[in-house]
Ligand binder design. Structure first.
Ligand SMILES: [Zn+2]
Ligand SMILES: [Zn+2]
Length: 396
């Protein structure tokens, strides 16, 4: 008797786990249905109602449109979710999948009530008002989903788990974005600008040499470290600022070498960061602006250039500190040595590194590590996590 009960308990536990799996999978079904609703004509027609229903602050255009959107988009979507899970539950021993089906039924019930005007509360991702939070990293929030409606409708498909967008490379769209890159005439700067342009971005090259010819850049704006204020106007119109300039004094340790390293690698980058953060407005800024900063793997590993390490580590620390309450996403680019004028013996090609940066950014990776040194992949996350906790505890 005790054994029978024990077996029954184990069976329920196993099916309970399958139930949780099914809730995850039914969300993936929702995302696949959503992608199909942007490529397959019959579904596009139904899904258009959803996109027509909202103004830019997520207030419904009209009660009638909102109700129609629920009926023509959300009802069939939840029926497909239920059907997919029911099929698994019926044709396999995994009856736990009925939980996923029930989850879909919840969506169906809410959509039916809303379509009849019987439920006024909207779902969490479509609540009206200004966007106050950063886009969710693993779970979809309003800021994340807002971008699907008003930034790029062919990206940000995820409904609840952002994993589907990360897999598809649609967790960040660069299409139509104005991206300014410092250090633009350097090897990585040039490679990045080419890769960004290939994604449909509009790159602006920020470079010491005003007459530099940079493939893919829409224009070149002359700038050098120390002249940050002069960029204020440009930065206010930029969606993504990539701080990528730097200097390597190699083995030097003179007062001049210290001043140059600190000024170029840390202080000018920090001033640019602060100026850019000031341009992030509190209405749509969290959804439309980003900052990418190249801190290099010198943050955690030797670069055989003490002043390069010292200055890059200072910059890395300042970013970690400011990231605690930044008004927009800040990505660190933690890069290993690549072949350039600064480093003729680098192993990776700058073009490959640039491609990896763009690919990982499109998957919304916020600490982008690209290197051949396995230690960095291990050390950097540990260092960043511990330091984040430390900074949270001892700063305000
Ligand atoms: Zn929506
Ligand atoms: Zn859509």
């Amino acid at each position: 008797m005790g054994n029978v009960l024990g077996d029954l308990g184990t069976a329920w536990m196993i099916q309970g786990l399958w139930g949780l799996v099914s809730v995850f999978l039914v969300e993936m079904v929702r995302d696949v249905y959503h992608v199909a609703s942007h490529v397959w004509a019959p579904l596009i027609r139904l899904h258009n109602w959803h996109h027509k229903a909202y103004r830019k602050d997520f207030t419904p255009v009209s009660a009638e449109l909102y109700q129609k959107a629920q009926l023509y988009n959300d009802v069939p979507e939840s029926l497909v979710m239920m059907a997919a899970m029911a099929m698994v539950a019926i044709f396999s021993p995994l009856w736990g999948f009925w939980l996923g089906c029930l989850y879909g039924a919840g969506f169906l019930g809410a959509a039916l009530l809303r379509s009849q005007g019987l439920l006024n509360a909207t779902d969490l991702t479509h609540e009206p008002g200004p966007l106050k939070t950063l886009p969710g990293l693993w779970l979809v929030n309003r800021t994340y989903h807002w971008r699907h409606h008003f930034d790029e409708t062919n990206a940000y498909y995820a409904g609840y788990f952002t994993l589907s967008d990360k897999l598809m490379g649609t967790a960040l769209s660069l299409k139509g974005k104005t991206v300014a890159v410092t250090g633009a005439s350097g090897t990585l700067g040039r490679a990045l600008i080419k890769r960004l342009a290939a994604q449909g971005a509009r790159p602006i090259a920020l470079s010491r040499s005003a007459d530099a010819v940079i493939e893919g850049a829409t224009r070149v704006v002359p700038w050098e470290p120390g002249q940050e204020r002069a960029l204020q106007d440009v930065l206010s119109r930029v969606n993504i600022l990539v701080i990528n300039h730097g200097v390597n004094v190699h083995g030097e340790r003179s007062a001049d070498a210290i001043a140059t390293s600190l000024e170029v690698n840390a202080l000018s980058a920090w001033r640019l960061m602060e100026m850019f953060l000031e341009t992030v407005d509190d209405r749509l800024g969290p959804a439309t602006k980003e900052l990418w900063i190249n801190t290099s793997e010198a943050e955690v590993n030797p670069a055989f250039s003490p002043l390069y390490e010292t200055s890059k580590r200072l910059l890395g620390d300042l970013i970690t500190l400011r990231r605690q309450d930044a008004p927009c996403v800040i990505r660190k680019l933690v890069l290993g040595p690549f072949k350039s004028q600064l480093n003729p013996v680098g192993v990776m090609s700058a073009d490959w590194v640039a491609g990896a940066i763009v690919g990982l950014a499109k998957r919304d990776i916020r600490n982008i590590v690209v290197t051949i040194n396995p230690l960095t992949y291990l050390l950097f996350p540990v260092k960043e996590t511990l330091q984040t906790v430390y900074f949270k505890l001892f700063s305000r």
